[in-house]
Design a protein around this ligand. Structure first.
Ligand SMILES: NC(=O)c1ccc[n+]([C@@H]2O[C@H](COP(=O)([O-])OP(=O)(O)OC[C@H]3O[C@@H](n4cnc5c(N)ncnc54)[C@H](OP(=O)(O)O)[C@@H]3O)[C@@H](O)[C@H]2O)c1
Length: 327
């Protein structure tokens, strides 16, 4: 493809606004269309971001022959249905995290991408932030020695709204699928394999979803990821990768612009890489690159890894007895 990738946005909600803002930092793509369940809402969104095509249904959006890629930005419980709608129309898809509610759904989506020869990637934007390439470079250079532990937390305090997507079991609510996935995905990025053992504990709140949990993922050679997450408690939202010779500290790890290399006996090395506009442009750049190269899968956020992460989330929920009504 020797022109810009033409994007459609499916669902004009909260994250879609941030993504469209971040798109200001994307050069090889253009925001071309938006689809909402309400034409009025689509028009409002399109006017705000200067988007030429606007549709009052998702079906009309996916039928536009000029759209190459669609960003699925609806609540978790609709990711599978909306992604499959796009893939069957031959569109590439960047689907918000978690890519689906459980591993079985992800497998179905991957099968559909294969069948349609269409691009599919989970929008785990954090791993495309430039600072993470630096972190991995330090690890590959052996600066912290062998990685022994990842310690990370992501908790925030939301007001309880039983109907909203954070607390509503019908929308696959709970901390784990909303923000716990960031700590699990970070562990997967750094350990580069699925855990062999999982130990965990959760507190299910008044709507029946996990309001906070802690988990230890154990790996074959003795490494561990020690993680916790919450939607009723503010936590530091930081990560530490601890090795045999030193460690890497990443403040605000899910949205990081800074990483600090800490080696005992040496001065800390601080690296800062500010975001272009915001952090959402990097995942879009990855999609553009893959689509322009004719690829249907990213090698930084592979289908296999999305399935593996979701299997970990499935196992955690099984340990807590948390099953969603649609399962
Ligand atoms: N990457 C990140 O940093 C980040 C941050 C926040 C959220 N997210 C993810 O993005 C997804 C959407 O989150 P959000 O906070 O943007 O949610 P939201 O604002 O509550 O909803 C997003 C949009 O989904 C559409 N939608 C379709 N069916 C719906 C239904 N039955 N109920 C509610 N909305 C429905 C609506 O768009 P229309 O009315 O226009 O059709 C709605 O505006 C979630 O999966 C979440 O995990 C990611």
């Amino acid at each position: 493809m020797d022109r810009k990738v033409r994007w459609g946005i499916l669902g004009a909600g909260s994250i879609a606004h941030k993504f469209a803002t971040g798109f200001g930092g994307v050069e090889d793509g253009e925001l071309y269309a938006v689809g909402s369940r309400s034409l009025e809402k689509a028009n409002e969104f399109a006017d705000k971001f200067n988007i030429p095509k606007r549709y009052g249904s998702y079906e009309e959006l996916v039928s536009d022959p000029d759209v190459d890629a669609i960003y699925v930005a609806t609540p978790h419980s609709f990711h599978k249905e909306h992604t499959i709608l796009c893939l069957n129309a031959g569109k590439g898809v960047l689907c918000e995290k978690p890519i689906a509610v459980n591993a079985r759904e992800v497998e179905e989506m991957v099968e559909c991408a294969r069948k349609n020869n269409a691009f599919l990637m989970e929008a785990m934007w954090t791993r495309f932030l430039p600072i993470y390439y630096k972190v991995e470079e330090w690890i590959e250079q052996g600066l912290i020695g062998d990685v022994h532990m990842v310690v990370a937390d992501f908790g925030f305090r939301a007001g309880i709204n039983p109907e909203g997507r954070l607390f509503n079991p019908s929308l696959a609510g709970g901390a784990l699928l909303d923000v716990g996935i960031y700590v699990v995905s970070l562990a997967s990025l750094i350990m580069k394999k699925p855990p062999a053992k999982i130990v965990s504990m959760a507190n299910l709140g008044e709507t029946g979803v996990d309001e906070q949990s802690s988990m230890i993922l154990g790996y074959d050679e003795g490494q561990m990821a020690i993680l916790y997450t919450a939607i009723r408690t503010n936590t530091k939202q930081e990560a530490r990768i601890i090795g045999s010779k030193g460690s890497i500290y990443i403040p605000s790890f899910w949205n990081a612009t800074t990483a600090i290399l800490e080696i005992p006996g040496q001065e800390d090395q601080v690296v800062e890489i500010p975001h272009l506009v915001n952090g959402y442009c990097y995942e879009a750049q990855e999609v553009n690159r893959c689509i322009k190269e004719g690829k249907i899968e990213s090698d930084r956020m592979t289908w296999e890894e999305s399935i593996s992460i979701m299997k970990t989330l499935d196992e955690l929920r099984a340990q807590w007895g948390l099953k969603y009504p649609m399962e």
